[in-house]
Write a protein that binds this ligand. Structure first.
Ligand code: ADP
Length: 868
């Protein structure tokens, strides 16, 4: 047992707060530092690379301790959060004077946790990436429905969504949450999620909280919310209350989403297509990085969200595309808009901080400048003809803040500071009383410098100075050798401090002036603070309109950026049809194309034409021939098109895709403890279970991870399953030459290959798609290209010749497969057996059977089950 017999009062206070902080690191405020103790100190010292010291004793051992200066705390917090920690901030809740007045000289200052800093609940600029959203998700299950509440409190974004179990993964992948909270005891905990008490996920409480927060008589204006959504909302809001310790951050009225609104893309597919983040982690090499030409942080966040959640509704997609087209066709206008956007601060994030109670004068200045810029942009765009519909919807949202902008323009200086401690953010001329207080201070400082000149003259000490510091206030200072002269009685100077090289004095006159200055500046600071509060109040009363302006600016930025990207790359506007088709001419892979162009190489464009009666392409050809590039580029074109972007192709006509699946390459998932083959099969199983006739699937080298026979057998069955049962559009790349025989039995399957030729004994990869099966596999030629030694190549060639001879004689790997009953027929015969059994069982009168007859019957049933 720990010995708590003699802990200091401070340690007692610390331990109580630490218990409240739970598994968060506790920042314990002591003077100008936040201190950490015990294990917290060890963790923080290691993560932050700062000195670990110790202090006092606890249980007879020194207490490990480290600290960070309050002034620099944000930087340290950022690093701790990045490293996956959460932090509780314990502040002093009274001044030392108040503590003394309360309980005498040695009373400990009261402290309390005022806030938790967690990855999903940040608002500070220095803790956030300007180009990425910062989403917090609450997840709960009611019956077989999953409710998800998601919010980005740095901008007020808030959504509620209801999904079936099989879409949860794709939804979480779309949201890419920084932090997930779930009720305690939740099954299948998402990685790194935080468990909160089950009572916090209560649908009735959720409804009440939503009504209160948005001052609504009912939640109807949000939509017909399910119990799952309400209980997720409750979990989210309760968690926000907890981390803010009662103060609620900015949340807009929640958007009610439906899973059907979006093209569903699960995590494995996102990873393999590298849409928003690359396989290595990070942004470079991703589709997002490749298309992102946005100017503003808010625009970058919107584009990331758009690409993460391509749409299903053609009319919304068209509205986005028409705005892109309008800006695409007007390069000069586009340039002007982008130049204006470049000046604009991040209004959404500034507003988030103001609402969270952490707004600084600088944030108010940003809101002023941002809204002012929005008004200018509206005037410019409003004067133009033939505006697309979406722009007409956006324009009114840019305006309407005239009075607020004027107020902020009059009240604030041009570039207000972040720190309020020094004042100086309220403009001259805004408040006459404040101006005269400042004048008093200025007069006082003038009086003091005149006093200094007078003293120099009267004492004859030219080196005499009147100086100021935080401890003494104003004082007279002379070099040590003149000290005695002023110490003499009758000079009017009183001694205050003797330093190594100087002596400091006070004078009644100086004291009087100093008091006047201090009072005036104290009053001035208070007056500025009162104005600040008033301005914040004005902003809060218009928060929803301000945030709509910010969203509208972001949408314009995204459209201009996509137009810019399209112009750079010669992209085209996709069109949509009701047919389940993919009709892409001259398609390119944007990321591979720009990587090649950096080294001066050209990307070979390829067509892809899938239609209901030709919906499955089997693509073969040598390794490195461009198969996976081709597969991915078509998937990426779908993502771009449904997100409302132009696409890298000469033309593209698409039938809307409902789910996108990609199983490309053997991405190594060993870190998660699954073998590559297992991962491949799990992902393939998900595709077979979930792909619909409106889905698009790309599969690369399925079956590669196991033995040749197993692999071929699985690939064969998967192709048949997709063709017969899922009936989705599919590109299937394979190196199993034998699969080409499937073209005989599967109507909608066609054969294609990436071209290669041998030139003077060397392999040339053309990266060009052609109809029909590849004539050979070129494996040895690729090995030669890769630099395998000539002796090994020669040996491989002779082994191959031998094997091929054997194949010619026996019919090869797939010998006999031609007699296999069709996939559907095989399924039907299994199904038929089940039916016979069912019929026999249903027709049975069990009570009428003798034990002997029952036994005979069992034998008979067993025979039937084993038939075929
Ligand atoms: P495979 O899947 O057939 O092994 P990849 O798709 O991985 O081949 O392509 C191999 C390399 O070939 C790519 O990294 C790229 O550099 C190049 N490549 C692929 N497709 C093209 C193309 N259409 N035009 C030019 N180069 C290409």
């Amino acid at each position: 047992m720990a010995d708590y017999s003699k802990p200091t009062p401070m340690m007692v206070q610390y331990l109580i707060l630490k218990a409240k902080a739970g598994d968060c690191l506790l920042f314990y405020r002591m003077g100008d530092f936040f201190e950490l103790f015990f294990d917290d100190a060890r963790i923080a010292a290691a993560t932050l690379d700062i000195a670990l010291t110790s202090r006092g004793e606890h249980d007879g051992k020194p207490i490990p301790m480290c600290g960070v200066p309050v002034q620099a705390a944000e930087g340290y917090l950022a690093r701790l959060i990045k490293a996956g920690h959460r932090v509780a901030i314990a502040e002093q809740t009274e001044s030392p004077e108040e503590a003394r007045a309360r309980g005498g000289a040695k009373t400990l200052v009261n402290r309390d946790i005022i806030r938790f800093v967690t990855a999903g609940t940040l608002t500070e600029d220095s803790l956030l990436d300007s180009w990425a959203s910062n989403i917090l998700v609450a997840l709960t299950v009611v019956g077989d429905v999953v409710g998800i509440a998601a919010a980005d409190i740095s901008t007020g974004y808030f959504e509620l969504i209801n999904v079936g179990q099989n879409a949860v993964e794709a939804e979480l992948a779309r949201l890419a949450a920084r932090e997930i909270v779930v009720p305690a005891g939740f099954k299948n905990l998402p990685l790194g999620s935080i468990q909160r008490p089950q009572t916090e996920f209560d649908s009735l409480a959720g409804e009440e909280m939503l009504k209160r927060l948005f001052m609504l008589p009912s939640t109807n204006p949000i939509g017909a919310l399910t119990r799952a959504e309400l209980s997720a909302a409750s979990g989210l809001l309760k968690y926000l209350e907890h981390v803010g310790q009662g103060s609620m951050p900015f949340l807009k009225l929640p958007l009610r989403r439906e899973a059907q609104d979006f093209l569903l893309i699960d995590q494995a597919t996102r990873d393999s297509l590298e849409i928003n983040s690359s396989l290595k982690g990070g942004r470079s090499g991703t589709l997002l990085a490749e298309v992102d030409r946005t100017i503003t942080g808010a625009g970058a966040r919107q584009l990331a969200a758009d690409l993460a959640a391509p749409l299903m509704d053609k009319s919304v997609i068209h509205a986005r595309l028409s705005l892109v087209q309008w800006l695409h066709e007007a390069p000069l206008l586009r340039e002007t808009i982008r130049t204006e956007l470049r000046q604009l601060p991040d209004i959404a994030r500034a507003l988030g901080r103001v609402v969270a109670g952490r707004g600084s004068p600088r944030d108010l200045g940003q809101i002023r400048d941002g809204l002012n810029g929005a008004r200018t942009l509206r005037e410019r765009l409003g004067a133009l003809n033939n505006r697309p519909l979406l722009l007409d919807q956006l324009l009114p949202k840019l305006d309407g803040h005239g009075a607020l902008v004027d107020l902020l323009a009059r009240a604030l200086v041009a570039a207000p500071p972040t720190d309020i401690g020094q004042g100086g953010y309220i403009a001259e001329g805004y408040d006459a009383a404040l101006d005269s207080l400042r004048l008093l201070g200025r007069d006082g400082r003038l009086a003091i410098s005149q006093m200094e000149a007078r003293y120099r003259e009267s004492t004859g000490i030219a080196a005499l100075k009147i100086r100021h510091n935080a401890v003494l206030g104003y004082f007279v200072e002379v070099p040590a050798k003149y000290g005695d002269a002023l110490l003499a009685p009758g000079t009017g100077f009183t001694h205050r401090q003797t330093m190594a090289g100087a002596v400091r004095f006070n004078s009644p006159e100086l004291h009087e002036e100093a008091v006047r200055i201090t009072q005036a500046s104290g009053h001035a600071l208070a007056a500025e603070a009162a104005h600040l509060e008033d301005l914040i109040h004005h902003i809060l009363s218009r928060r929803d309109a301000i945030s709509e302006s910010a969203d509208a600016l972001a949408r314009i930025d995204v459209a201009a950026a996509l137009a810019e990207r399209a112009a750079e790359g010669g992209w085209c506007r996709p069109s949509f049809s009701d047919l389940a088709e993919i009709n892409i001419e001259g398609g390119r892979h944007p990321v591979v194309e720009s990587a090649l162009s950096k080294s001066g190489d050209r990307f070979i464009a390829n067509d892809c034409t899938l239609a209901p009666d030709r919906r499955l392409w089997l693509v073969s050809g040598p390794n490195m021939g461009g198969k996976s590039t081709f597969l991915r580029q078509n998937a990426l074109i779908i993502v771009l098109a449904q997100a409302g972007s132009y696409v890298p192709a000469t033309s593209a006509r698409l039938g809307i895709v409902d789910r996108l699946f990609s199983r490309v390459g053997a991405s190594d998932n060993l870190a998660r403890g699954r073998s590559t083959f297992m991962v491949e099969m799990v992902e393939t199983a998900a595709i077979l279970a979930q792909a619909t006739p409106r889905s698009f699937v790309i599969l690369d080298e399925v079956g590669r991870g196991t033995s040749t026979y197993d692999g071929l057998a699985i690939a064969w069955a998967v192709v048949e399953g997709i063709h017969e049962t899922n009936r989705c559009r599919c590109l299937f790349a394979t190196h199993y030459h034998e699969l080409t025989r499937l073209a005989d039995s599967l109507d909608a399957l066609s054969l294609h290959h990436v071209r290669a030729k041998e030139y003077k004994g060397d392999l040339v990869l053309l990266h060009e798609l052609a109809e029909g099966a590849a004539d050979r596999s070129y494996g040895i030629a690729v090995a030669k290209l890769a630099g395998l030694p000539p002796a090994v190549i020669a040996r491989a060639q002779s082994v191959l010749t031998k094997l091929e001879k054997g194949r010619a004689e026996t019919g090869g790997l797939a010998a006999g497969l031609d007699d296999l009953p069709l996939f559907s027929a095989a399924l039907n015969s299994a199904e038929a057996r089940v039916d016979v059994l069912r019929e026999k069982l249903n027709g049975l009168d069990i009570d009428a059977l003798s034990p002997r007859a029952a036994l005979d019957l069992l034998y008979e049933l067993k025979r039937t089950a084993g038939e075929g």
